[in-house]
Design a protein around this ligand. Structure first.
Ligand SMILES: *[C@@H]1O[C@H](CO)[C@@H](O)[C@H](O)[C@H]1NC(C)=O
Ligand SMILES: *[C@@H]1O[C@H](CO)[C@@H](O)[C@H](O)[C@H]1NC(C)=O
Ligand SMILES: *[C@@H]1O[C@H](CO)[C@@H](O)[C@H](O)[C@H]1NC(C)=O
Ligand SMILES: *[C@@H]1O[C@H](CO)[C@@H](O)[C@H](O)[C@H]1NC(C)=O
Ligand SMILES: *[C@@H]1O[C@H](CO)[C@@H](O)[C@H](O)[C@H]1NC(C)=O
Length: 541
């Protein structure tokens, strides 16, 4: 009885909140995207800068804020920015990938209108077209809780963003040419932390105080390990989920993933290394920054601390230790545990196997044998304007076929309000990282070997993390549960940028027949039109 009552009051509260949504604050950003000289590995490179910055400016927001981001493309190539982890509820129009948006032509601008609806946490944005991500153009996104929502830890004395990842000396057009030529990328030339390889950043802390570090892997091809010399890290948030606060000496962060930790400056006052190093690679490159106590008596002693390198089991164990705090609030005042994801009936199981086929003599990457090729018109626009022969639904199977790879503009159809089980199956020797736009999902299981239905007996149906990017270990599987609660055209992709570029991605079209603004926003008035959508009207006459 009282359970029912509180559920009712939560529903009323939710309704009230959605009605007052228009009241949410607006934040305006004016971005000019240019080429500029950067020297991340000591040699001059042509980086992609945003308002002259590499990495780009931080977006700092609060749950439900409206972000109005005007992007002027001063490059000599078409350009788009996408928002890793921002769910774009009802609004795949703003997702900024080639399947949803026309590129911003050189010398023109486009204004994104996003809302960070019902979200908290740490994310990043990045340039989504061609191989631009290899030149920069990325930056951090912070979504703080609204002041009325309790946060399960005291306010930190400072909030730092760390964007780390591998880096190449070759520029993005040369790297793209290697891939277009049918070859794999070379091994990266370095690792960077906020654009620097070795001690280019200093994070200053006061002894005795506690700080939040939000760390994202913005790299192209490698998993990383993050650690701070002499300090423990309390894991508090993973891609919008408040976690059971376990302590770690170091954390594995796979491509496209974001973590936030609390670090207390509780050591003797000196300088310490902040370290990222490569994981699961034949050669281990490292980048360092400095944790500087404001009353520091001196510099480091000894070399940066080492971390794990090739150990897969260690990483698997660590990722199994990620549990969400069921009693903590998320973006809403109700506890994260009030959504019983494990009790909902699955309406569809989709198994996705990655592979690396050679097609027409060239290296490609595929999922369920399909290697994605873009259409001449963004899929979302083709769908909206009912332009035929751009794509066909069901052009990627729900299960691995075992057959050889083939090229296809792959779209999977899905019903709004369904509840999907997705199993990522990795028969290859490398770690995979998968990201789904527009959704968060529950990571219910991962293990070595082949997935089979009896693996469900060991799923975590109670307190696993809800996130948007998940790794799959070599010769292993990862299973997720995902509510199909966001109508739109959504990119599902490898976060390994060479694999993504060479076809390891597809689109999920979450469809509602209602054709109602409650389910999906209408096409924005400023939508850019291109391909076979050129000249169409974005508003009725
Ligand atoms: C963008 O930056 C470039 C280089 O600084 C400048 O020439 C150009 O006028 C700027 N464009 C806009 C729209 O601010
Ligand atoms: C951006 O584009 C709009 C038209 O879509 C135009 O009115 C505005 O002046 C442009 N801004 C800049 C800085 O070019
Ligand atoms: C979980 O969240 C609750 C409520 O905010 C908090 O009091 C508690 O300390 C958290 N527990 C852990 C283990 O993180
Ligand atoms: C990348 O480098 C090549 C030479 O290796 C050069 O021709 C090309 O213009 C460069 N691209 C950019 C975007 O700077
Ligand atoms: C799930 O399915 C079972 C068996 O078909 C049914 O008994 C149960 O009521 C369903 N649960 C929900 C929450 O729909």
């Amino acid at each position: 009885m009282s359970g029912k009552k509180s559920l009712w009051s939560l529903l009323v509260l939710a309704l009230l909140m959605s009605c007052t949504n228009g009241e949410s604050p607006y934040r305006f950003y004016d971005w000019n995207v240019t080429y500029g000289d950067i020297y991340p590995l000591g040699v001059k490179q042509r980086g992609i800068l945003i308002n002259g910055q590499f990495p780009g400016p931080q977006i700092e927001s609060v749950t439900n804020d409206n972000l109005i981001i005007s992007v002027f493309n001063s490059l000599d190539e078409p350009f788009l920015i996408s928002w890793n982890g921002v769910q774009q509820r009802r609004n795949s129009w703003q997702d900024g990938v080639y399947g949803t948006n026309c590129p911003i032509p050189p010398g023109q601008n486009f204004t994104y209108v996003l809302q960070v609806k019902d979200q908290i946490g740490s994310y990043f944005y990045f340039p989504s077209l061609a191989f631009h991500k290899a030149a920069g153009g990325f930056g951090g996104i912070t979504i703080l809780s609204r002041s009325v929502i309790p946060v399960p830890f005291p306010p930190p004395a400072g909030d730092f963003t760390i964007l780390a990842g591998d880096w190449f000396k070759q520029n993005h057009t040369d790297l793209k040419a290697i891939l277009d030529g049918g070859h794999d990328l070379p091994f990266p030339d370095g690792l960077l932390i906020n654009g620097h390889e070795s001690n280019g950043n200093t994070f200053t802390v006061d002894q005795g105080k506690t700080y939040r570090f939000r760390i994202s892997n913005v790299g192209l091809t490698t998993s990383i390990n993050f650690r701070i010399q002499g300090h423990k890290m309390l894991l508090v948030e993973v891609e919008g989920t408040h976690m059971l606060q376990n302590t770690y000496d170091s954390l594995d962060i796979h491509l496209g993933q974001s973590y936030s930790v609390l670090v207390t400056a509780d050591q003797p006052a000196q300088d310490y290394y902040i370290v990222v190093s490569m994981r699961f690679t034949p050669q281990v490159l490292t980048a360092t920054s400095i944790l500087h106590y404001s009353n520091s008596a001196g510099s480091f002693s000894g070399p940066p601390p080492g971390g794990p390198t090739i150990q897969v089991d260690w990483s698997l164990e660590q990722s199994r230790s990620l549990r969400r705090n069921l009693t903590a609030s998320g973006p809403r005042p109700n506890p994260q545990g009030s959504y019983h994801y494990g009790l909902i009936n699955v309406t569809r199981t989709i198994r996705l196997a990655n592979s690396a086929p050679i097609i027409d003599g060239k290296q490609r990457y595929a999922v369920n044998s399909v290697s994605f090729i873009p259409a001449d018109t963004p899929l979302k626009l083709a769908d909206y304007f009912k332009i035929s022969r751009v794509f066909s639904l069901g052009s990627i199977p729900d299960n691995p076929t075992g057959g050889g790879g083939y090229l296809q503009t792959a779209i999977m159809a899905a019903d709004f309000r369904g509840y999907a089980e997705l199993v990522f199956e990795n028969a290859e020797d490398s770690v995979q990282s998968w990201h789904i736009d527009g959704h968060n999902f529950f990571v219910v299981g991962m293990d070595g070997g082949q997935w089979s239905p009896d693996r469900r007996l060991n799923y975590n149906l109670r307190d696993t993390v809800s996130r948007c990017t998940v790794q799959v270990y070599p010769k292993s599987w990862t299973a997720i549960y995902m509510p199909l609660d966001n109508v739109g055209m959504w990119n599902i992709r490898s976060e390994n940028w060479a694999r993504q570029y060479l076809g390891q991605q597809f689109y999920l079209r979450v469809y509602s027949p209602a054709n109602s603004w409650r389910d999906e926003y209408p096409i924005p008035k400023n939508a850019l039109l291109c391909g076979r959508a050129t000249g169409r009207r974005t508003r009725p006459l």
